[in-house]
Design a protein around this ligand. Structure first.
Ligand SMILES: Nc1ncnc2c1ncn2[C@@H]1O[C@H](COP(=O)(O)OP(=O)(O)OP(=O)(O)O)[C@@H](O)[C@H]1O
Length: 313
């Protein structure tokens, strides 16, 4: 698939005061995908989407939105984008219908009640269309923000931390809404610091840390790399070095020699043979253990390694 809808080239952002929030970001978003931008607090996620949406000026670099430069052709580029901000900023006394219709007007689009109706129905807000926003639950308020962002029929939707601070049920509901939008042909870019959210939702994942994009990969490829497993044996007595007869196995020592760690590809048939061979070799060598456990590496391991490499060293 190579049908870019957003192309970001050499983007830098230094805020007044000298803080560099983005460092040379190159990124292409494909039409129709769900792209998750994953990063810890303060990594630069909001800055990046604000630059792409034309709300913050870059210090250097370019952004093309479906071929339109987002500065020289701001209006055309912006019209293609819907942005769901992080904070709930709704007009408390306004009705759902009026708020969403008004948002459409802000883009200079002629009223289109049929479109507003479709959006409200798709977000199960139709029954609430005459309710004032202050009377809605938190989940409904979030859906109103999405409805506002979709009111002018954008082809790309940015969701900035769509599920920050919401409960599990509402998170699942938001995921479902996002999936449906994607099924309707809207390209989705969401920021999150929940690994689970990126894992659940995204076709591709980009990891941003301290203003740098440190990884961009198809989720499926990333997950297949995560197949590796670790078997940890807690030894009775520590090993100071690896016995020669064990060197053919992929072993390492930890916890001052009290832990023997065997790393293997959990998806292979041969692995089970290798494990029994290892256990036999240990017995011959007189290496005994009091406990053992296995674990599978996760996206979280990769994320922690990328974002904080020293922590796990
Ligand atoms: N207007 C500004 N002036 C100066 N520094 C700013 C400004 N806006 C953001 N920053 C700084 O830029 C860095 C990146 O902020 P940004 O909001 O983009 O991060 P984020 O990844 O979205 O974080 P979070 O997950 O907490 O929302 C932070 O260190 C922040 O303090």
């Amino acid at each position: 698939m190579n049908d870019p809808i957003i192309t970001i080239n050499g983007l830098n952002k230094t805020y007044e005061g000298g803080f560099q929030a983005l460092t040379h970001i190159d990124l292409t978003i494909q039409r129709g995908e769900i792209f998750a931008l994953l990063g810890p607090n303060g990594a630069g996620k909001t800055t990046l989407i604000s630059v792409v949406c034309g709300l913050v000026n870059p210090t250097a670099g370019h952004v093309l939105v479906d071929g339109f430069d987002n500065i020289t052709h701001y209006r055309q580029a912006r019209e293609l984008i819907g942005l769901v901000p992080q904070e709930l900023t709704n007009e408390a006394f306004e009705t759902v219908w009026n708020t969403v219709s008004f948002s459409r007007g802000l883009f200079g689009k002629a009223p289109n009640p049929a479109h507003i109706e479709k959006v409200l129905k798709s977000l199960t807000l139709w029954d609430k269309r005459n309710n004032r926003l202050m009377t809605l639950s938190g989940g409904m308020k979030r859906r109103v923000l999405i409805a506002k962002a979709l009111s002018h029929e954008p082809r790309i939707l940015f969701l900035d931390e769509p599920t920050a601070g919401v409960d599990v049920e509402l998170r699942r509901e938001m995921w479902e809404v996002v999936r449906q939008l994607c099924d309707n042909g809207v390209t989705i870019i969401l920021t999150t610091h929940y690994i689970e959210e990126a894992e659940e939702m995204a076709d591709r994942i980009g990891v941003i840390n301290r203003g740098e994009l440190v990884l961009v990969e198809e989720k499926a490829a990333l997950m297949s790399k995560l197949g590796s497993k670790q078997l940890t044996l807690n030894l009775h007595s520590p090993l100071t070095e690896m016995p020669a007869t064990l060197q053919r196995f992929e072993l390492s020592l930890a916890a001052e020699g009290y832990e023997l760690i065997y790393t293997y590809d959990g998806s292979q048939e041969e692995d089970s043979h290798a494990i029994s061979e290892l256990l036999t070799a240990l017995e011959r060598e007189g290496v005994t253990f009091k406990d053992l456990n296995t674990r599978q590496s996760s996206l979280e391991d990769i994320f922690v390694d990328l974002v904080n490499p020293k922590e796990r060293a």
